[in-house]
Design a protein around this ligand. Structure first.
Ligand SMILES: Nc1nc2c(c(=O)[nH]1)N[C@H]1C(S)=C(S)[C@@H](COP(=O)(O)OP(=O)(O)OC[C@H]3O[C@@H](n4cnc5c(N)ncnc54)[C@H](O)[C@@H]3O)O[C@H]1N2
Ligand code: MOO
Length: 410
C-alpha cells in the first residue's frame, strides 16, 4: 500500500531509529585484518597502537654543536678539547674528562658523560680545540629519551581513521603492521529510467546520473568497499531481483531516488511491499523523504533522488551508519561561521546548505552558499565548491548576513 501520509520525525529521531531498528543495535563489524602501514591508509584502527619503545629512543642532540659537561662552562670564554665526533646514526659513546667535549650533530646520541649541547654558532667551530663564548643553560638542546612518549603509551586510539599524519606517528613509534577493521561492503544503486551515464547523450526527459557516482566515491573516501554501483530499473519485479543480487554479500545497500510519494517511486513501492520498508518524512531540507528496510537481512538506506538531497542525506545518515560499522570515532562536532550573505530557510525544517568558507580581514570565518540561489535540492553543481554545510535550525526562517551559523565540514 502506498504510504502518502508519513510520520514526521526530527533528524535525531530518524537517526536513532536507524541505529536501533535498522542496525539492530549491533556493534561494529567484528572481523579485523593486520595490514602493513603502506596498505593502511584510509582504514580504521580496530585496536590502539602503542609505542614499541621510548620515543626518542635515546637522549640526543637537538643542534649541531658540542656536547659538554655544563660544569666546564662556569668561566667564559673557555676552550675545550674536542675528543671525538658523533654523527646521527653513530653508536659511539665517547668518554669525557673535565675540559673535554665532543663535536655532535643533530640527532646523534648524547655521550653519557655530557649533559648540555652548545650550538656551533656560540663557538669558533674548532675541530681539535673549540672556543666557547656563551653558555646555554644546563641541559639545553638535549632531547630526552621518552620525552615524546614512553614505551607502551597509546599513540593512536582504536576507532581512528588512518591518515598520512597518523601513519607518520605510528611509524615513528616503531610499529610496522596495524590491526584494522574489515572494510564494510556497500552496494550502491540509483533508480530512475531517466538516468543516463555521464558522457552519453540525452534525449528529452533524460538526465545524467550523478548520485551513484557521488556516493560510491564518498564511500571509498570513508574506507568502505563498494561492491557495485549500478542503475536499477524502475520496474518493480526487475528492481527486486536486482536488489537480491546487490544485497548478496553486502553489509549495507544505499539506494537513491524513488522514495517519495510518486506513483512510480520504485524504492518505496518494492521495499514497502516486500520488506516492510519504513518510510518517513524528516524535518530537514533537503532530504525530507527517507526510508529504510532490511532486504534479505541486509540493511538498506533509501535516500531521496534529488542530488543535493542525496548528498545531505548521506552526510546526516549515511556517514554515521558507515562510522558505526567501522567503529570509527565520530568526527569533530559542528563549529560556527558568520553568514556572508542572507538566505531564506523553510520554517519547521532544519536546513542544510552547502557553503564555501573564506575569512574576512579580521580573521572571522565566513560561510557563503555555493549556489547563488541559496539552497535547493536540485542545484547539484553547488556541491563541487562546498567545503562545509551550514545548518539552520527549524525555528529560523531567514538567515541575515552577519548571523552566526553552525557549520559542519565536508
Ligand atoms: N507530492 C510530493 N512530491 C514530492 C515530495 C512530497 O513530499 N510530496 N517530496 C519532494 C522532495 S522533498 C524530494 S527530495 C523528492 C524525492 O523524490 P524521490 O526520492 O522519489 O526522487 P526521484 O523522484 O526519483 O528523483 C527526484 C529528482 O532527482 C533526480 N534524480 C534521481 N536520481 C538521480 C541520480 N541518480 N542522479 C541524478 N539525479 C537524479 C530525478 O531525475 C528527479 O529530478 O520528491 C519531491 N516530490
Ligand atoms: O527534501 Mo527534498 O530533499 O527538500 O528536496
Amino acid at each position: 500500500m502506498t504510504t502518502t501520509r508519513r510520520t514526521l520525525l526530527t533528524v535525531e529521531e530518524y537517526l536513532a531509529e536507524l541505529m536501533t531498528d535498522l542496525l539492530g543495535g549491533t556493534g561494529p563489524i567484528r572481523q579485523t585484518q593486520d595490514v602493513p602501514l603502506a596498505q593502511a591508509l584510509g582504514r580504521v584502527l580496530a585496536e590502539p597502537v602503542r609505542a614499541v619503545g621510548d620515543v626518542p629512543a635515546f637522549a640526543n642532540s637537538a643542534m649541531d654543536g658540542y656536547a659538554v659537561r655544563h660544569t666546564d662552562l662556569t668561566t667564559l670564554p673557555t676552550s675545550l678539547q674536542v675528543v671525538a665526533d658523533v654523527a646521527a646514526g653513530s653508536a659511539d659513546d665517547p668518554a669525557l674528562e673535565a675540559g673535554q667535549c665532543v663535536r655532535i650533530m643533530t640527532g646523534a646520541p648524547l655521550p653519557s658523560a655530557a649533559d648540555t649541547i652548545v650550538p656551533v654558532e656560540l663557538t669558533d667551530a674548532g675541530t681539535e680545540v673549540v672556543a666557547i663564548n656563551e653558555a646555554p643553560e644546563p641541559g639545553r638542546h638535549v632531547r630526552g629519551a621518552g620525552e615524546d612518549v614512553r614505551a607502551g603509551d597509546v599513540i593512536v586510539p582504536a576507532g581512528t581513521s588512518v591518515t598520512g599524519r597518523v601513519l607518520g606517528s605510528i611509524a615513528a613509534a616503531g610499529t610496522g603492521t596495524v590491526t584494522v577493521r574489515r572494510r564494510p561492503v556497500v552496494a550502491v544503486a540509483a533508480t530512475g529510467d531517466e538516468l543516463v551515464a555521464p558522457g552519453g547523450s540525452l534525449r528529452r526527459g533524460q538526465i545524467f546520473e550523478s548520485n551513484g557516482t557521488h556516493l560510491a566515491a564518498t564511500l571509498l573516501e570513508l574506507g568502505a568497499e563498494v561492491s557495485r554501483s549500478v542503475v536499477l530499473s524502475d520496474e518493480a519485479d526487475a528492481f527486486a531481483a536486482d536488489l537480491d543480487e546487490l544485497a548478496d554479500g553486502a553489509d549495507l545497500v544505499l539506494l537513491t531516488g524513488g522514495v517519495s510519494v510518486g506513483a512510480f517511486d520504485v524504492s518505496r513501492i518494492v521495499l514497502e511491499r516486500s520488506a516492510q520498508g519504513v518510510f518517513r518524512h524528516v524535518r530537514m531540507q533537503p532530504g525530507k523523504p527517507q526510508g529504510w528496510a532490511r532486504w534479505n537481512g541486509v540493511p538498506v538506506l533509501a535516500f531521496p533522488g534529488n542530488p543535493v538531497s542525496t548528498a545531505i542525506s548521506f552526510e546526516v545518515f549515511g556517514r554515521p551508519v558507515i562510522d558505526h560499522l567501522l567503529g570509527r570515532e565520530q568526527p569533530d562536532g559542528p563549529t560556527t561561521a558568520v553568514a556572508a550573505t542572507g538566505w531564506r530557510s523553510p520554517a519547521g525544517r532544519r536546513q542544510f546548505v552547502p557553503v564555501g568558507l573564506t575569512s574576512d580581514e579580521t580573521g572571522r570565518l565566513l560561510a557563503t552558499p555555493t549556489h547563488r540561489r541559496g539552497s535547493a535540492s536540485h542545484m547539484v553543481t553547488s556541491l563541487a565548491g562546498a567545503r562545509a554545510v551550514a545548518i539552520v535550525p527549524e525555528d529560523t526562517d531567514e538567515v541575515t548576513a552577519g548571523d552566526l551559523v553552525e557549520i559542519r565540514s565536508l
